[in-house]
Design a protein around this ligand. Structure first.
Ligand code: M6R
Length: 594
């Protein structure tokens, strides 16, 4: 979701901003813009890709050693040149870029209109910058004073960078909920929504804390303040360049590269030796997450309940946070998030903490908001995931959850735990063989002509069916639904005809006879049947139109193996349709607004 890249120092800002904005493209956006200080202010904004902005900027004034850059993912107002950031205050004194949502923007806008302010865009961001100007003028405040007052008045989430024409050698940056990183170099400062675009310039950063702001100048010095204008000190962290710099390494997309990176990513997680301390007593586990991360949570529910006999509830973070759930200190609440910045998951974990629950998070991005919020974090060690469709983070989430199951089982059933450890050890090589041997071409071709698809599974293969459907719909735009196969006859069966491909996931487990009967029901209604099955499964002759076979895996590990063909099918189908698999329309990698 929206990306910020800003620079203040002695170098030319424009190339740094453009480079950073391109690196932030993976977050998802629909317009971009920059503001550069060069005696006067150059403001360039364009709907569309950063490359459109770059073309637009040719022959325009782009020099200056201070600049703000932004990629916008529309929330308030359509994607357009006018709604693109940066936005300016009425007099042009203040210029701002903003991520997040100002929830009381309507009220503030009406108040400012009554005071004589005119608005050019439909954005909540313009409200914020006008508010700073109004407060500064009315109360004769310093810029820091006006900003602090404005931040107190706005409700919602924000990461902002502000420029003041009266102090052309300074910048201000602030955050609440939306992430913002201050990069510190010799005589220069960088501000970005994540550390990745900063890694090629500097290795020292501050992950700004909620409700604080930074006042910076072009000599590279900065001060941090809280909203009472009291100076604060926040920890300085080191980023590892090699962890953050990434390219496609010869693959056709980041998603394809990330699919093939899974054996390595899993090895890295297993070798990281992350230990989860579950010493405190708890009666129940609540897993909260969104999207793909919610699917890994659902798989964990099946496994934890079956093997560890612990009551597990799996909650969409967006529902959990608002439904006043009954919580106590006897609950362990596990948040799962690749980015560690998903607004709903953050709020769900905050709610859990307020209610005295124990909190644990599985996150991929170190130093992310979620990792800093919870009692304990397990880092997924998947490395940067750039493709919007989550792949290697999902399988590493499953490995992380299986390791937690192992911890839960260790004491009560050391034999099982030993077996699981052996399975995990051989997993990277085993899935490497799967990735090298499966051929999804026929299935992808079939799906590329379809308008709808149904994914069926039972047991742990049901969440895998959900995940397969989500992967396909988000990058190929083919409408796809995942269903527990037994539920099909309660509704979706009405959709089956010769145009409906049905992907049935048939693992060799206790559900096999049942799902095969469900597939027969589809066959009887002329649906196109694609079976993904393990080697041991023999299909009745003529049942499947095509099938993909993977080796047999232990039931606990099998969901990881079955995710692979589904990821490849989605990828290849979208590629056949000539779609941008890494940056699907309307989607953002990191969903920092609710
Ligand atoms: O960063 P998170 O894991 O918290 O993100 C949650 C979802 O937004 C994410 O999994 C989304 O569903 C992916 N695009 C799926 O591929």
């Amino acid at each position: 979701m929206c990306g910020i890249m800003a620079y203040i120092g002695k170098k030319q800002a424009y190339p740094i901003l453009m480079n950073g904005l391109k690196k932030l493209e993976y977050r998802g956006y629909d317009s971009s813009g920059v503001a550069l200080m060069n005696g006067s202010l150059s403001l360039l904004k364009k709907e569309g890709k950063v490359s459109v902005l770059e073309d637009f900027a040719i022959n325009k004034k782009t020099d200056g050693n201070i600049g703000l850059g932004h990629t916008r993912w529309a929330t308030h107002g359509v994607p357009s040149d006018i709604n693109a950031h940066p936005h300016q205050s009425q007099s042009g004194r203040y210029t701002i870029v903003h991520n997040g949502i100002i929830e009381n923007h309507d009220h503030l806008r009406s108040m400012l209109i009554k005071k004589g302010y005119h608005f050019h865009s439909e954005t909540d961001t313009e409200v914020m910058v006008q508010l700073v100007e109004w407060l500064q003028t009315k109360y004769r405040l310093s810029t820091s004073g006006a900003l602090a007052r404005a931040l107190e008045m706005v409700e919602g989430s924000f990461a902002i960078v502000l420029f003041d024409l009266h102090y052309p050698d300074q910048l201000w940056a602030a955050r609440r909920q939306s992430p913002l990183v201050l990069g510190i170099g010799p005589g220069e400062l960088y501000i970005s929504s994540d550390a990745m675009p900063l890694a090629e310039y500097i290795d020292t950063v501050i992950y700004l804390e909620n409700d604080t702001f930074a006042e910076m100048n072009d000599c590279g010095s900065y001060q941090l303040y809280d909203l009472n204008l009291q100076q604060v000190i926040q920890p300085i962290s080191k980023i590892k360049q090699d962890e953050l710099i990434c390219d496609m390494q010869g693959f056709s997309s980041f998603m394809e590269k990330e699919i093939h990176e899974q054996p390595k990513a899993i090895s890295r997680l297993l070798n990281a030796g992350n230990q989860v301390g579950l010493d405190q007593d708890f009666d129940r586990i609540i897993i909260t997450a969104c999207g793909t991360s919610w699917h890994s949570g659902l798989i964990a529910k099946y496994l934890f309940e079956k093997y560890a006999r612990i009551n597990v509830e799996v909650e969409y973070a967006s529902e959990f946070r608002y439904r006043n759930p009954v919580l106590s200190s006897k609950d362990l609440v596990i948040g799962i998030s690749q980015s560690g910045e998903t607004a709903d998951t953050i709020a769900a974990l905050e709610l859990a903490k307020e209610n005295g629950c124990q909190t644990l998070a599985l996150v991929n991005v170190k130093n992310s908001t979620i990792s800093r919020l919870v009692d304990q974090s397990v880092f997924l060690e998947a490395g940067p995931e750039i493709g919007v469709a989550s792949t290697k983070a999902f399988t590493n989430q499953l490995v992380g959850l299986i390791s937690i199951l192992n911890t839960l089982m260790g004491k009560s059933n050391p034999e099982f735990s030993k077996q699981l450890n052996n399975e995990l050890k051989r997993l990277p090589m085993a899935i490497d063989r799967v990735l090298k041997s499966i051929d999804v071409q026929k299935v992808s071709e079939l799906l590329s002509h379809a308008r709808n698809a149904l994914f069926l599974g039972r047991g742990t293969m049901y969440p895998i069916a959900l995940e397969g459907a989500l992967k396909l719909k988000e990058i190929s735009y083919i409408h796809a639904e995942g269903y527990p196969a037994g539920e099909m006859k309660h509704g979706p069966i009405a959709l089956i005809d010769e145009n409906m491909p049905v992907i049935a996931i048939c693992n060799d487990d206790e559900h096999l006879p049942k799902i095969l009967s469900n597939v027969e029901e589809v066959k009887a209604r002329k649906g196109k049947i694609i079976v993904i099955k393990s080697k041991n499964v023999t299909l009745p002759k003529g049942l499947a139109d095509c099938s993909i076979e993977i080796p047999d895996f232990h039931e606990v590990i099998a969901p990881i193996a079955y995710a692979l063909p589904l990821q490849l099918i989605a990828h290849d189908t979208a590629s056949l349709l000539n779609l941008d698999v890494d940056k699907p329309r309307n989607l953002a990698k990191s969903v920092t607004v609710e």
